[in-house]
Design a protein around this ligand. Structure first.
Ligand code: PLP
Length: 401
C-alpha cells in the first residue's frame, strides 16, 4: 500500500462515520468494466456499484449528455417545467410499458413514494378504513435505508436501535406462496417484493411463485410492487426481471442504473390508478425530475438498448455462470444467478467470503461479499467474452481446492 493510499484511508477512518467497511482500495478512474486505483493498478469491477453502472464506468455517450445538459440548465425545481422531463416520461414509459411515471433521486425515495401512493390508493380506491392499510413485505428484504424502510427490514443491523418504526407492514418468507396467501386480509393494499433478493445473497424464488403471486394480487385487489432497483435495466438479461416470470407488476421501482452511475435518478412506474391518487402538494422532491437527471437518464436508457447491453447480459451471464459452475472446489456450496446477477455461495466451513474477495482484489477483481458466505458477481453489462474468461481464471485460482 503506498503512502497516499494509506493516508487517504487514515483520513477516512478518522473523519468519516464508520457505516461502511470497504475493501482497502482507493479508486480514482473508471472506464467500461475497469477501474484503477491511485497507484495505477487496474481492476475488473464485479460489483458495478451494486448494479448502478450497468452501462460501464464513464460511458462516453452518457457523459456527453450530462456535460451538454449541465451547460444549459440543471435545476428548476418542479415549481416550473423543464424541457427534458416530458421526453424522459415518454421514453421510459414506452420502454417499460408504463402509464405513469414519478421521478425521484435515490432508490429509497422511490420505495417511500410507492408506499405513500399505494396507501392513499388503498383508502381512496380500494376503500380500506383510514389508518388500517397493510403492506406485505418479505423476510430478508432490502429496499433502502430510510426510517420508513428500515422499519420493515428483518435485518438486525439495519433496524436495531433505530426505532420506533411506522406500523402497517406484515412479513412473509420470500418464495413461499402459502405464507403470502395466508397473510392477505381485506386491508392489504400491496405486496412489495424484489424479483430476486440481491442483498440477501441473490436468492431466486421457486419457478411459478410470481405467477401465483400475480394471480393472488389480481384476485384480492392488491397492488403488486416490484422493486427492480437492482434487478432492473438489463442486469438479469432482460430489461426487467419480471419478464423472466412472464408477469407484469402494477408498480415498478427503478433507480441505480437509470443514470448509468452518473447521478442519483430513480422512478416509480405505474398504471394510472396508483400514481393517479397523488394531487399537487401531496408529494415531491426538489431535485426529482430535474433536467440534468432527465437528460442523463434518457442517455442511460438509450445506450442500454442501442448497444444491446441487455442481450449481452444474457449471453455473458450464461458464460460466466457456466464457468463458475465448472470450478472444481469443495468450498463452493452453490453458484446461482440470472444474466449478470450472479453469486457464489461458499460452504460455511470456508470461513466467510470476505477473505476470498480480498484474494480476488490481489488478482485484479473487485467483488463484494454479502451475508457472510456469498460472493456477489455483477460486472457492467458491457463485459466481453474475453474479459469473462479472464475473470473466470482469477475466480478459479482463488476458489479451486
Ligand atoms: C440499492 C437498492 C435500494 C435503495 O437504493 P438507494 O439508491 O441506495 O437508496 C432499494 N432496493 C433495492 C432492491 C436495492 O438494491
Amino acid at each position: 500500500m503506498t503512502p497516499s493510499t494509506a493516508s487517504l484511508i487514515e483520513i477516512e477512518h478518522r473523519l468519516g462515520a464508520h457505516n461502511y467497511k470497504p475493501l482497502d482500495v482507493v479508486l480514482s478512474r473508471g472506464e467500461g468494466v475497469y477501474v484503477w486505483d491511485v497507484d495505477g493498478n487496474r481492476y475488473l469491477d464485479c460489483l458495478s456499484a451494486y448494479s448502478a453502472v450497468n452501462q460501464g464506468h464513464c460511458h462516453p455517450k452518457i457523459l456527453a449528455a450530462m456535460v451538454e445538459q449541465a451547460q444549459k440548465l440543471t435545476l428548476t425545481s418542479r415549481a416550473f417545467r423543464n424541457d427534458q422531463l416530458a421526453h424522459f416520461y415518454e421514453e421510459i414509459a414506452a420502454l417499460t410499458g408504463s402509464h405513469k411515471v414519478l421521478p425521484m433521486n435515490s432508490g429509497a425515495e422511490a420505495v417511500e413514494t410507492a408506499v405513500k401512493a399505494v396507501r392513499k390508493w388503498g383508502y381512496e380506491v380500494k376503500g380500506v378504513p383510514e389508518g388500517q392499510a397493510e403492506i406485505i413485505v418479505c423476510a430478508n428484504n432490502f429496499h433502502g435505508r430510510t426510517m420508513g424502510i428500515v422499519g420493515f427490514s428483518t435485518d438486525p443491523d439495519a433496524r436495531i436501535g433505530f426505532g420506533p418504526f411506522a406500523p402497517g407492514f406484515r412479513h412473509v418468507p420470500f418464495g413461499d406462496i402459502d405464507a403470502f396467501r395466508t397473510a392477505i386480509n381485506e386491508n392489504t393494499v400491496a405486496f412489495l417484493i424484489e424479483p430476486i433478493q440481491g442483498e440477501a445473497g441473490v436468492l431466486i424464488p421457486p419457478a411459478g411463485y410470481f405467477t401465483a403471486v400475480r394471480e393472488l394480487c389480481t384476485q384480492h385487489g392488491i397492488t403488486l410492487i416490484l422493486d427492480e432497483i437492482q434487478t432492473g435495466l438489463g442486469r438479469t438479461g432482460k430489461l426487467l426481471a419480471e419478464e423472466h416470470e412472464g408477469i407484469e407488476a402494477d408498480v415498478t421501482l427503478v433507480g441505480k442504473a437509470l443514470s448509468g452511475g452518473f447521478y442519483p435518478v430513480s422512478a416509480v412506474l405505474s398504471n394510472s390508478e396508483v400514481l393517479g391518487v397523488l394531487k399537487p402538494g401531496q408529494h415531491g422532491s426538489t431535485f426529482g425530475g430535474n433536467p440534468l437527471a432527465c437528460a442523463i437518464a434518457r442517455a442511460a436508457l438509450k445506450v442500454l438498448v442501442e448497444e444491446d447491453m441487455i442481450g449481452n447480459s444474457e449471453r455473458m451471464g450464461e458464460r460466466f455462470g457456466a464457468g463458475l459452475k465448472g470450478i472444481r472446489s469443495n468450498i463452493i456450496k452453490e453458484v446461482r444467478g440470472r444474466g449478470l446477477m450472479l453469486a457464489v455461495e461458499l460452504d460455511p466451513a470456508a470461513g466467510g467470503a470476505r477473505k476470498y474477495c480480498e484474494a480476488l482484489k490481489e488478482r485484479g477483481i473487485l467483488a463484494k461479499d454479502t451475508h457472510g458466505d456469498t460472493i456477489r458477481i455483477a460486472p457492467p453489462l458491457v463485459i466481453t467474452g474475453d474479459q469473462v474468461d479472464w475473470a473466470l481464471e482469477q475466480f478459479e485460482a482463488v476458489l479451486r481446492t
